[in-house]
Write a protein that binds this ligand. Structure first.
Ligand code: TA6
Length: 303
């Protein structure tokens, strides 16, 4: 029996959940319940789409995204773990860790009593992951598709010594026009600016975009609201288990240099990432766990 048919017979739920190959050897879970449609790739444990019924897509997914095992897709919610950005000491290791480049295992798809749908995935260790991260670990991703999208990443240290790690739910959001976007929730928050040599600044008022922006906001638990006058909606990004929030838009030149970024795609996307990044390092004792969660919701249709 092929992987796809065995997943389909074990996990599909009539009228709600199915597992399809969205390109050669690229299994994707498709959810459609009373609240929303969503899709999740086993490769990377990556949520690709989330669209509440009768609304516009919440997540941005590049039209030039490459559907290939071992390569993180441009868009949706890549999982960055066990390090965010570059590895702290090994420059040849992949950026943003390895969780986004490996195939996850589907553990369960369940209808909840409120008719939302829970999908549970785990990342198995392999020789390839052990070469990059020898410590035994457990990594679980829970995705709940309802009126909101909730994504929770639980990391557990299964080794016999303390471990440190960083992480992010690198969420690509769909916006009408990046130049018109206003972000609230970060006033007076300190941030590290990657575009200005990692210098430290403090946010004054709302965030607006007029060029490349790549910042790690620090020491913040706040919800973010994206005010989108073009799509006439407000998106709320709530989080827990995170003291850092990353904002990213590559703008013209950086996006043109990426082969999986559609032309002018930067105008319609924005990353808001619930993270443990920079000084927000997670230290786990043996058997200890940490949960990083982001919850996305459309507040209303009038920005
Ligand atoms: O989260 C922001 C960031 O770290 C940027 O610096 C940026 O280059 C980006 O993520 C995308 O990284 P990727 O490795 O997916 O091209």
């Amino acid at each position: 029996m092929s992987l796809l048919s065995s997943l389909q017979s074990q996990f599909s739920i009539d009228g709600v959940a199915s597992i399809v190959n969205c390109s050669d050897d690229f299994p994707v879970i498709q959810i459609s319940n009373s609240y929303a449609d969503a899709s999740i790739a086993l490769d990377g444990g990556q949520v690709l789409t989330f669209q509440p019924k009768l609304q516009q897509p919440v997540l941005w997914l590049s039209k030039k995204a490459i559907y290939k095992p071992g390569k993180s897709l441009r868009g949706g919610i890549p999982v960055c773990w066990p390090w965010f950005s570059d590895h702290p000491t090994e420059k040849s290791f992949p950026a943003h860790g390895f969780a986004r480049n490996h195939r996850w295992q589907l553990e369960a798809i369940e209808q909840q009593t409120d008719q939302s749908t829970l999908v549970r995935l785990t990342l198995p260790a392999s020789d390839a992951t052990r070469n990059l991260w020898p410590q035994p670990f457990e990594l679980e991703l829970k995705v709940v598709v309802g009126t909101e999208l909730s994504v929770s990443l639980t990391m557990t240290n299964l080794s016999d010594h303390p471990c440190t790690m960083t992480s992010a739910l690198h969420t690509y959001l769909q916006v009408g026009d990046i130049r018109e976007i206003v972000i609230s929730g970060l006033d007076q928050t300190p941030y590290m600016d990657k575009v200005q040599d990692f210098s430290l600044f403090e946010q004054q008022g709302n965030v607006r975009f007029s060029g490349e922006l790549d910042r790690i906001y620090q020491n913040t638990r706040s919800d973010i609201i994206i005010h989108d006058g073009v799509l006439k909606r407000q998106l709320k990004i709530a989080k827990s288990g995170s003291l850092s929030t990353v904002l990213w838009n590559p703008w013209v030149n950086k996006s043109a240099a990426m082969n999986d970024f559609e032309e002018d795609g930067y105008q319609h996307m924005l990353c808001v990432e619930a993270a443990n990044a920079a000084d927000d390092i997670i230290q786990l004792q043996p058997a200890q766990s940490h949960c990083l969660q982001t919850v996305l919701s459309v507040l209303d249709q009038h920005a």
